[in-house]
Design a protein around this ligand. Structure first.
Ligand code: PLP
Length: 596
């Protein structure tokens, strides 16, 4: 069994031949190939200007220098990134950093958290496309550009991604790219800067060569080198011709490399998605990534820790890594003035994500070994989870927490009355984390939604709507004091909340979740896929469709008709549309006398 590493560049005979040519030519550095690489990069990625550098970190540094960022300015960076995104602002006059949180689903920065981190002194925002997943640049641009804030893309992982059908990165004011061995394109180390205008490109070209006003290529082209001058303090940030020559060959392979990676991901991620609690990061709506790795988010409900999943990979000789770091937690930046209330998503993703290898040369056996180890390490199907969104004063939150404590609930999402993410760690022993946006992060789970008052309810419905979670997946919110009166009907996907009373002839659509205190009286009709937790009472003549789950202390009166596919009893799973023969019943399916 051969070791599968997280990185293995795809380099072949063509790269070896081109390196040999460079060596024979004697121009191993300061020669013509750097200029040829810059032209090839600009053409492949559709930029007007590309300036090759020694690596992406130095490219970011030069981007800040030519943008005029200096001591006294604020620079916003994502906390959730390799440390190389965070260091460069400290090189330019120790510009203070403000770190921004990320989107829990796209796992990348987005406009809103960046907006919260901006101050009157912010002159630049650096964002990065983590793992090669493109950022929603347009929204960030719309926020920064009118304020004169320069938008810098740390595109270290990004070569080959597309946004709205175009090569990615054209939206930023300037992009910094990496060709380090972990990347899609590799040259043995190197970087490129793509400034928007000629003036900046010329200055960067100078600055990377000690600020000499004659470009190395021009000196190489002449027998008698023109005398050069040094116009300002410069740096030694050059790419070599050996690196550039490899880069030119690699640029010719971009489409092939991207297609192969996307194919490996498309074949293998469905197996991971079948495990509740594992979420492979996918393409966002606005672009297509290059999948530097298969990046997996582990929900607390998985039933296995990240360490256990990584350990299973190690036993199969498949090397996986923990996911991306949060730089504000590193000793060097601990205590940094974050300017933002919460980095909850960054920190959760840092603690709960891992990356699995995607290598161009992977065999079917190797792909299967990587994915098989991750699946077995995660403990198979895992326990079903119920997501509960609590938008409530503490009293109702406790009531709901107590009601679900006996059940399969492993994950509670908290979004308190003001609708912002203010996670607390537990409510009566049940884990609480995240915010309403996390509903979409765990696509196989069915959230219950509880609200404390009508206004909050409407807002949450709007938020859920904005998240485009289908009606089969989420619950409509009903105020705890609501009375659903005779002949009313409530559509699909409804949660009836604590204290709601339904009177005669009300009907509730499919995918119903009912939590404490609900009373359904005679002739109420409940369609398929219902969940009734503690102290829900069904009055007489309440027909309940298929796939219901009645948990402890829920009761149904005589003549209530409960359909097929019903699970009754404590700690039973909420089953979907199961056929008759597969119904799992822990007590006989028949009308039950009301107990209380
Ligand atoms: C997001 C990000 N930015 C920047 C860098 C630095 O790239 P380089 O090694 O080319 O300086 C890395 C390297 O891993 C990275 O992951």
């Amino acid at each position: 069994m051969s070791r599968i590493n997280v990185m293995k560049p795809w380099l072949g005979a063509e790269e070896a031949d081109t390196v040999a040519e460079v060596i024979i030519s004697s121009w191993d550095a300061l020669g013509p190939r750097v200029a040829a690489f810059e032209a090839a990069f600009a053409e492949a990625m559709r930029f007007e200007h590309a300036v090759a550098t020694s690596n992406c970190t130095t490219a970011l540094h030069l981007a800040l220098v030519v943008a005029g960022v200096r001591h006294g300015d604020d620079v916003v960076v994502p906390s959730f990134s390799f440390i190389a995104t965070t260091h460069p602002p400290t090189y330019v006059g120790d510009a203070p950093l403000a770190v921004a949180d990320v989107d829990p689903l796209a796992s990348n920065v987005k406009a809103e958290p960046i907006g919260r981190a901006l101050t009157g002194k912010t002159t630049a925002v650096i964002f990065d496309d983590q793992g090669g997943a493109p950022v929603d640049i347009d929204s960030v641009w719309e926020m920064c550009d009118p304020r004169g804030i320069i938008l810098m893309e740390d595109a270290a992982c990004e070569s080959g991604s597309t946004g709205k059908g175009c090569p990615f990165g054209v939206g930023a004011g300037v992009g910094a790219w990496s060709v380090h061995p972990r990347r899609l394109l590799v040259t043995g180390g190197g970087g490129t800067l793509t400034p928007r205008n000629e003036e900046r490109a010329t200055r960067v070209r100078r600055l990377r060569e000690h600020s000499m006003n004659v470009w190395a290529k021009n000196r190489a082209d002449s027998v008698l080198a023109p005398a050069e001058e040094y116009l300002e303090v410069g740096y030694h940030y050059r790419m070599t011709d050996l690196q550039a020559a490899i880069g030119i060959v690699q640029l010719g392979r971009v489409n092939e490399i991207v297609a192969r990676r996307r194919e490996i991901v498309a074949i293998n991620t469905p197996r991971l998605s079948q495990i509740p609690g594992l979420r492979p990061v996918r393409d966002p709506a606005w672009g297509e990534g290059i999948f530097q790795s298969i990046w997996v988010d582990i929900a607390p409900g998985l039933g296995a820790t990240r360490g256990e999943v990584l350990g299973a990979g190690a036993l199969a000789d498949s090397s996986a890594h923990r996911g991306i770091m949060s730089s504000d937690r590193q000793p060097v930046y601990r205590g940094i003035d974050t300017e933002v209330a919460s980095l909850a998503f960054c920190e959760r993703l840092s603690d709960n994500t891992l990356i699995l290898p995607v290598l161009h040369q992977m065999t079917d056996e190797e792909q299967s070994r990587v994915i098989g180890a991750a699946c077995s390490g995660s403990g198979g199907p895992g326990r079903p989870m119920v997501l509960v969104i609590l938008v409530a004063e503490t009293g109702l939150a406790r009531e709901v927490a107590a009601a679900i404590a006996d059940h399969e609930t492993r994950l509670v999402i908290s979004s308190l009355d003001d609708g912002t993410a203010k996670p607390v760690s537990t409510i009566d022993g049940i884990e609480v984390f995240g915010a309403i946006g996390d509903v979409v992060v765990f696509p196989t789970e069915h959230p219950l939604v509880c609200v404390g008052h009508r206004a909050a309810g409407q807002r949450i419905v709007a938020q859920l709507g904005a998240l485009s979670v289908g009606s089969a997946r989420y619950a409509t919110v009903v105020d705890r004091t609501a009375r659903v009166i005779g002949s009313s009907s409530v559509g699909r996907g409804n949660a009836r909340l604590a204290g709601v009373v339904m009177t005669a002839s009300a009907s509730i659509g499919a995918h119903v979740a009912a939590i404490p205190g609900l009373v359904l009286s005679h002739d109420d009709a409940v369609a398929e896929c219902a969940t009734f937790v503690a102290r829900v009472a069904l009055g007489a003549n309440v027909p309940v469709g298929r796939a219901a789950h009645l948990s402890r202390n829920a009761s149904a009166r005589a003549l209530s008709a409960i359909g097929w596919g019903v699970t009754i009893g404590m700690a039973a799973a909420v089953l979907g549309d199961i056929p008759d023969a597969e119904a799992r019943v822990s007590v006989p399916v028949q009308p039950i006398e009301r107990t209380g």
